[in-house]
Ligand binder design. Structure first.
Ligand SMILES: *[C@@H]1O[C@H](CO)[C@@H](O)[C@H](O)[C@H]1NC(C)=O
Ligand SMILES: *[C@@H]1O[C@H](CO)[C@@H](O)[C@H](O)[C@H]1NC(C)=O
Ligand SMILES: *[C@@H]1O[C@H](CO)[C@@H](O)[C@H](O)[C@H]1NC(C)=O
Ligand SMILES: *[C@@H]1O[C@H](CO)[C@@H](O)[C@H](O)[C@H]1NC(C)=O
Length: 705
């Protein structure tokens, strides 16, 4: 045993010389105030501060075994999804700097799918509608941060080894449309123990001296532990898991986004997977709701899922901890070595025009005698019902397979679906014929982006949307049959084209199916396409690049008003602390302070933040060190406009003092920028009076919890 292990280590070390890896992390936080969040489509969920900052985590891989060096870029971004506009700009900037080294073929940008981050960065009108249109501030923040993370990773390329491992995490997710899942054939379901994927797949990059460089994993769960009432920017469960692992590996005192070791918890086939493990319950009675129609007894009583914690913050922390701990176990055990070569194949695909052979999930074959085709994009009625993670605004029910005259009239006013559209999308009743809606520009994409990348035995399928559990399983089986040993699905990559339910799930028309926009055979088309891409990699055959999605950037509409001006109240200055914290605090207490502030949209302060917690280290020198930033779990930055006319606003800093904080003298420090009424944007800062933290103050009256 020993001998075999030593031999392997030697062999691995030799093979490893061919692979080089660089990792990079950069702040991508969007405008944290006055912009609606992307995900729940809730006009009222407008940001007003930060709980957890957003980061882009980049991994650049290079393999120089063959005659030509091959590169692959994978970036996991704390955002609801990625869109073509952002990717096009990122690649454009990379090409300005590096020529054609990075291109459509080898750059994968994947959103984690957090529902608590600013929107308005997609180019398609429907997705930006709840945000009041396109928001250039969000768009630019994401592009700048993603680009920076890739440049850092590029500059840090170093010889590395790559190890793969898997672990089961049982109690961190549930299926939110279990009745849809049951529509899949029993023979197929019998292959799986659960109705969601419970396996976390992870790659670990280590240096030749076995130091960890970075970790990248995929676990199927919606980052919707923070619900649609949350108005603080948050990377949610998976984002916090990343922060925890980066702290554990870089040292606990490393601020989020500042460590050398980068750990990404990326999205995969999470379409029907919820983190709200207590399941759907009625808002007032607390009783389990009718699973199929999600009905509660009282007329205005909504049904939504929550848990496992007592509020959304605790739920986020619990789910994050579960997946972090599972992933950490894998970090500490040896994995299977993965070596090159690296290759990737990408194609833009115009979905409504695709033809495909339907896939039989029982026999695992494509029926080549039958041809099915895609439809123009359309959303079904149940889309408007929302899900149990975020119920919709109107009186729509999931599982709706017939329309109603009033909403059909509204729909036809926007764009009337043709008889062919209706037939093509059946049994989906069309609520929005988005494929026919061209005003002011396209509402949903017709062209998607598909990538298959290979690193030796590991195959990565980057998909432009949210595959349900069974859709993802089918894709993995198809790619395994096409020769891949390990298959990982990278969700919400490059373009966002909603959900991908199986044809069987499509019949039930729950939310995921209503949002499967290219009709009942959407999945079949993808299965054919990804197999084609994988086969092309195997045979070395080239493929057409496909039609690049249209560029609407000159037509984009926004209703978001710019920052007009900021002003401090009479007798005050920006940064003045108008509500001081108390003098003493114990562990578990929350320190709060209020400052005269400017609008955070004046400067997104990437990598610097709006606030810090500082400890006094030398009284003589008045020297303070930062112990927490506004990206840390323990802190919250909350901004409130007091008067739009006067331009006055307040910023609150909150710090929940963690157990184990060294006793001593502390202060809160606020940073910001204000917009002067006569023009110009200027920085300011201010801090609180010092206060004492210590065990003896435990359970004092200060706690606001
Ligand atoms: C970092 O924090 C974790 C969790 O609180 C703790 O278990 C660990 O011992 C800490 N590590 C160091 C080096 O302080
Ligand atoms: C969101 O979570 C909070 C608790 O943190 C809860 O009071 C509220 O009812 C939840 N709302 C929804 C729609 O889930
Ligand atoms: C396809 O058609 C051929 C010829 O009619 C037949 O032999 C074959 O069994 C069919 N295949 C399937 C999968 O139905
Ligand atoms: C909390 O404050 C009240 C009133 O100020 C005081 O009577 C009480 O003793 C305090 N409790 C603690 C635990 O300090």
């Amino acid at each position: 045993m020993m001998f075999a292990h030593a031999l392997c280590a030697l062999a691995c070390a030799c093979a490893a010389a061919a692979l080089r890896v660089g990792v990079g992390i950069a702040d991508v936080t969007g405008p944290p105030a006055e912009i609606a969040f992307m995900g729940y489509a809730n006009f009222e969920q407008v940001g007003h501060g930060i709980h957890l900052r957003q980061f882009a985590r980049a991994f650049v891989l290079e393999d120089d075994t063959g005659s030509s060096k091959q590169r692959l870029v994978f970036v996991s971004v704390d955002a609801a999804m990625m869109g073509h506009g952002v990717r096009r700009e990122v690649i454009k900037r990379l090409q300005k700097r590096y020529g054609d080294l990075y291109n459509d073929q080898n750059v994968i940008l994947s959103g984690t799918h957090t529902h608590s981050t600013p929107g308005g960065f997609l180019i398609d009108f429907l997705f930006d509608l709840p945000i009041l249109g396109f928001v250039r501030e969000t768009f630019v923040a994401y592009i700048a941060g993603i680009y920076k993370s890739i440049v850092i990773a590029h500059n840090k390329l170093t010889p590395a080894r790559m190890e793969y491992g898997e672990i089961e995490i049982l109690d961190a997710n549930i299926n939110r449309s279990p009745s849809s899942y049951l529509r899949n054939p029993p023979e197929e379901r019998a292959r799986y123990k659960h109705d969601t994927d419970k396996t976390l797949a992870q790659v670990k990059f280590v240096s030749p001296t076995n130091a960890i460089i970075g970790v990248l994993n995929w676990y199927a769960v919606h980052p919707t532990s923070m619900n649609n009432t949350n108005r603080l920017v948050s990377s949610d469960n998976v984002g916090f898991a990343s922060v925890m692992m980066e702290k554990a590996l870089n040292g606990n005192s490393t601020a989020p986004g500042k460590g050398n070791i980068v750990c990404a918890f990326a999205s995969t086939n999470l379409g029907d997977v919820s983190p709200n493990t207590m399941g759907p319950r009625c808002e007032f009675s607390g009783k389990v709701c009718d699973q199929e129609k999600l009905l509660c007894k009282l007329p205005k009583e909504r049904c939504f899922a929550s848990g496992p914690g007592s509020d959304m913050f605790e739920s986020t922390r619990i789910i994050a901890t579960k997946i972090y701990e599972g992933a950490m176990q894998l970090v500490h055990q040896p994995g299977e070595d993965v070596t090159g070569p690296i290759s990737s194949m990408h194609q833009f695909v115009r979905m409504p025009e695709q033809q495909a052979h339907p896939y039989d999930p029982v026999s695992d074959t494509f029926d080549t005698n039958v041809t099915v085709h895609g439809c123009l994009p359309a959303m079904g009625y149940s889309f408007a019902a929302g899900t149990t993670d975020g119920p919709g605004a109107f009186d729509f029910k999931q599982g709706t397979t017939s329309g109603n005259a009033l909403w059909n009239a509204v729909r036809d006013f926007l764009a009337e679906p043709t008889a062919d559209d209706i037939k093509c999308q059946a049994p989906k009743p069309i609520l929005l014929a988005t494929g026919r809606m061209k005003f002011p520009y396209a509402w949903q994409p017709s062209v998607v982006s598909c990538t298959v990348a290979r690193i030796g035995k590991l195959t990565l399928a980057a998909v432009p949307g949210e595959f349900t559990t069974m859709s993802g399983r089918r894709l993995r089986r198809v790619l395994a049959a096409a020769g891949a040993e390990k298959v990982v699905i990278a969700g919400l990559s490059n373009v966002y084209a909603d959900y991908i339910a199986t044809p069987e799930e499509y019949q039930a028309q729950r939310y995921e199916a209503a949002s499967t926009i290219y009709g009942p055979h959407t999945l079949d088309i993808y299965l054919n396409k990804y197999k084609e891409l994988a086969d092309a990699l195997t045979t070395g055959k080239s493929m057409e690049p496909g039609p690049e999605p249209p560029d609407f950037s000159s037509q984009l509409i926004t209703l978001v008003t710019p920052v007009l001006w900021d002003a401090a109240p009479w007798g005050k200055e920006f940064g003045d602390c108008v509500k001081q914290p108390d003098k003493h605090y114990g562990y578990g207490d929350t320190v709060t302070a209020t400052f005269v502030a400017g609008n955070p949209r004046n400067n997104i302060r990437h990598g610097r933040g709006y606030g810090t917690v500082e400890r006094l280290v030398s009284e003589q020198d008045d020297a303070w060190v930062t112990v927490a930033t506004d990206a840390d779990w323990e802190t919250k930055y909350i901004w409130r406009r007091n008067s739009v006319v006067l331009g006055t606003s307040h910023a609150e800093l909150h710090w929940e003092i963690p157990e184990g904080t060294p006793p001593g003298t502390y202060r809160l420090h606020h940073y910001g920028n204000y917009k002067y009424i006569l023009g110009g944007i200027y920085p300011y800062h201010g801090f609180t009076d010092p206060f004492q933290v210590g065990q003896q103050f435990y359970k004092s009256n200060n706690s606001i919890r």
